[in-house]
Design a protein around this ligand. Structure first.
Ligand SMILES: [Zn+2]
Length: 148
C-alpha cells in the first residue's frame, strides 16, 4: 500500500522575495511599525472610516483629521490566486499566493499568503499577519493561516 503524498506548502516563505517598498512621508510611520512587528491602520476622526492604504486625507470625507491605530493583524482571505510566473523582483520565484485579505477592521489588503498548504487555501480562510524583513526601513506584511 502506498501512502498519499503529504501536502506541500504552497510557498516556502523563505523563498519569497521581499523587495523594499518606496517609503514616503505619508507611509513612513506605517513602515517603521512593520519593522517592530506592528500593523498600523489609519482612522478618520470625523467619519470613523478605516483608511487603507495609508494617506493623509480621508478618501470618504476628505478630512485631514486622521489617526494611526494598531490593527489586530487578523483577517480572512477575500480572494486569491496561485501565481506561477512572477514579474520584477518575483521573476524566477517559485509559485506564490497573491491575495486580498479582508482585515477584521474592514479594509482589503493586497498581500501574499505564506505557510499554507495548497489544499487549505480558500476564500474565508482565517489568517494572521507575519512580517518579512525588506531591509532597515520596512518589513512586508504577509499572512499565514491561523493555527490553533
Ligand atoms: Zn472621513
Amino acid at each position: 500500500m502506498s501512502t498519499p503524498a503529504q501536502p506541500q506548502p504552497a510557498v516556502p516563505e523563505q523563498s519569497l522575495p521581499a523587495p523594499a517598498p518606496a517609503v514616503n512621508p505619508e507611509t513612513r510611520e506605517f513602515w517603521a511599525a512593520t519593522t517592530d512587528g506592528h500593523l498600523l491602520l489609519k482612522r478618520c476622526l470625523d467619519c470613523s472610516s478605516v483608511i487603507w492604504y495609508p494617506r493623509v486625507i480621508c478618501p470618504e470625507c476628505a478630512s485631514l483629521h486622521t489617526e494611526w491605530f494598531e490593527a489586530t493583524g487578523r483577517g480572512r482571505v477575500y480572494s486569491y490566486t496561485v501565481n506561477h510566473r512572477g514579474e520584477g523582483a518575483y521573476q524566477g520565484a517559485p509559485p506564490f499566493v497573491l491575495a486580498y485579505v479582508e482585515l477584521d477592521e474592514g479594509p482589503r489588503m493586497m498581500t501574499n499568503i505564506v505557510g499554507a498548504m495548497e489544499p487549505e487555501l480558500a476564500v474565508g480562510l482565517p489568517v494572521e499577519v507575519v512580517f518579512h524583513s525588506a531591509g532597515d526601513e520596512a518589513a512586508l506584511p504577509r499572512f499565514q493561516p491561523v493555527r490553533q
